[in-house]
Design a binder for this molecule. Structure first.
Ligand code: SER
Length: 584
């Protein structure tokens, strides 16, 4: 009997536990690091420990850890449906922050695969070296592999076998990858062992472009990652990941009503997207037109166009993974509600959109974007339903970004034609009139945050916000109830600004510049290199009242807003308070 994926996960963690590793639970799919949108690797939650190993002693009682981590890679979304690509996947990993290095890491991996799992290694890769960054060929790894009897050792370049840094900088170093054969005889990369010897203080692109000499970390680190789905495919002797116990039972229950769309590829896409949606929703993501919310929306809509939007598939995911990831079980109701709401919102527009798609003879970038704008059809749906289109993902994204810029510049511009005029995830408005109100409430929300910080101190940080034409709802970190006197003071400060008519202007600058200027930002967001910053200023004195990273839209003068009124203050969750307020 082959091992189940549940048994493999357990075996991996126990193997490393028995070898002095602290087993750490998966972190959220939404990372704390604001420079990355999603968790794409097991090492992300451990990033700070590579430069500060003693913190690991304090946090884990060990410098060595192991985990099964929830990961999501958007770069693979167009490949899903083939033999090995997924959006969401689980990564098994062992990590060391100055505890051990190459010899132990390679030996552990070899022992786990060949002895514990009984798998044969097909070949391994090592780093060929790169002079311009001062890193030589990895002869040490070669000789360790040789000492273990591995003979097929291939040299590869920076593109394949040099990890990191992720985000705006961090640890990085050469890697060695392990390949094994699946039942179809294909060599599959199963495990990646990273030797974090260096630290680079900028993004990976800068490292690749420049002639940067890397700084050595004072204590070298290990970061390994092995896809559970791929390991299960090899261990269960399957030809592709969808034949493993992680997917086969789920795929069997998928019913696609339209006979012409009932393909194996479509079923794989649905299985992947359903699983990913359940995990994203249980980590707090909600469908929207921005950031991670937009990714979730696309996954859910693609499932729906195939006619597989029945929530029983989502329930199956909860049952399959609930023991190991209790957040799925605990969020059962949230997951159903979010799905029903999104499916209901989209289904009518979708039907009209698919008709329109069928009628159009040529789909170029403009037409594709119009189908998205008017009916909410994401790019991949258009591609799935048409044999040939004249638009690449890059062209579509360009059109999308162009449009977002326009919609930020002027709140009057429509965002979506099926009643969704503005939905950024934070701001929601269904008519032009409502767009005007939420724009005023949006600027008022920035003023509210600045006033709260003046009255309660700088420990106040935005934890969330939701603005409808009825009210703004602002969540912020603060440990106790805000007193009525404090609320009066906050309200007074905001109204003072509204009466005096401060200016609101938008500037585009680098993230670093914005951070230097002290612009506030909501920490769970990804910011690109260029960010837009809104500043509220007293024109007479030049005093900056509020400055935040924000996509807008905002009013240009605070006297357009009207009177500000706090309706309610309450607890939102532990350490987080919630204020509702109106303007008018
Ligand atoms: N960080 C590396 C990867 O994601 C190894 O864990 O492949």
């Amino acid at each position: 009997m082959p091992m189940t994926s549940g048994e493999i996960r357990k075996k991996f963690l126990e193997f490393f536990k028995a070898r002095g590793h602290a087993v750490v639970v998966s972190s959220s799919l939404i990372p704390d690091d604001p420079s990355v949108l999603l968790t794409t690797a097991g090492m992300q939650q451990f990033k700070p420990y590579y430069s500060n190993p003693s913190a690991a002693d304090a946090d884990f009682g060990s410098r060595n850890t192991a985990s099964a981590q929830k990961c999501f890679r958007t770069s693979d979304i167009d490949e899903v449906g083939d033999e090995s690509h997924l959006t969401f996947f689980e990564m098994l990993g062992n990590f060391s922050f100055g505890g051990y290095f190459k010899k132990e890491a390679i030996r552990y991996a070899h022992e786990f695969l060949t002895k514990e799992m009984g798998i044969k290694i097909s070949y391994v890769t090592i780093f060929e070296g790169k002079e311009s960054i001062g890193v030589p060929k990895d002869e040490e790894s070669r000789s360790i592999w040789q000492s273990l009897g591995v003979v097929d050792i291939r040299e590869e370049s920076m593109d394949d076998v040099f990890w990191g840094p992720t985000g705006l900088g961090g640890p990085c170093g050469p890697t060695t990858e392990i390949y094994c054969k699946n039942a179809a005889g294909q060599d599959i990369e199963v495990w990646n062992l990273v030797f974090n010897e260096f630290f680079f203080p900028g993004p990976r692109d800068d490292l690749l472009r420049g002639n940067a000499k890397l700084a050595e970390l004072s204590q070298k680190g290990i970061d390994t990652g092995m896809g559970l789905e791929r390991l299960a495919m090899i261990s269960q002797n399957k030809k592709n990941i969808f034949e493993t116990d992680l997917f086969a039972p789920l795929i069997q229950t998928i019913v696609i009503p339209r006979a012409d769309k009932n393909t194996e590829r479509a079923k794989r896409i649905i299985a992947d997207h359903i699983r990913a949606s359940a995990f994203l929703i249980s980590d707090g993501v909600r469908p929207s037109n921005k950031g991670v919310g937009y990714i979730l929306r696309r996954l859910m809509r693609r499932v729906l166009v195939y006619g597989a939007g029945d929530t029983s598939l989502l329930h199956r995911i909860g049952e399959q993974y609930g023991d190991f990831y209790p957040e799925l079980r605990n969020n059962k109701e949230n997951i159903t509600n979010v799905a029903v709401e999104e499916y209901t919102k989209f289904s009518r527009a979708m039907k009209r959109g698919l008709d329109e798609l069928e009628k159009s003879d040529r789909i170029d970038a403009k037409k594709a974007f119009q189908l998205y704008e008017s009916y909410g059809l994401p790019y991949e749906v258009i591609k799935d339903f048409r044999q040939s289109i004249d638009v690449t993902r890059e062209q579509f994204d360009k059109e999308f970004i162009k449009h977002q810029e326009i919609s930020r510049a002027g709140a009057e511009k429509k965002f979506g034609g099926h009643g969704l005029i503005l939905d950024t995830g934070e701001l929601k408005a269904g008519t032009e009139e409502e767009v005007k109100i939420v724009t005023r409430l949006h600027t008022a929300t920035h003023l509210l945050q600045a006033a709260l910080r003046k009255v309660l101190g700088e420990e106040v940080h935005q934890m969330g916000s939701d603005i409808t034409s009825e009210r703004t709802r602002f969540d912020f970190s603060f440990p106790r109830k805000v007193t009525p006197a404090e609320l009066k003071e906050v309200e007074g400060i905001v109204n003072d600004v509204l009466k005096k008519d401060y200016t609101v202007d938008r500037q585009v600058m680098s993230y670093e510049e914005a951070a230097k200027l002290g612009a506030l930002h909501f920490f769970k967001e990804k910011y690109p290199k260029e960010v837009s910053v809104y500043t509220v200023r007293n024109k007479a004195t030049g005093e900056v009242f509020s400055r935040e990273l924000c996509g807008g839209p905002h009013v240009t003068h605070t006297d357009e807003i009207g009177e500000f009124k706090i309706l309610k203050e309450e607890s939102s969750s532990a350490g987080v308070r919630r204020i509702r307020a109106t303007v008018g």
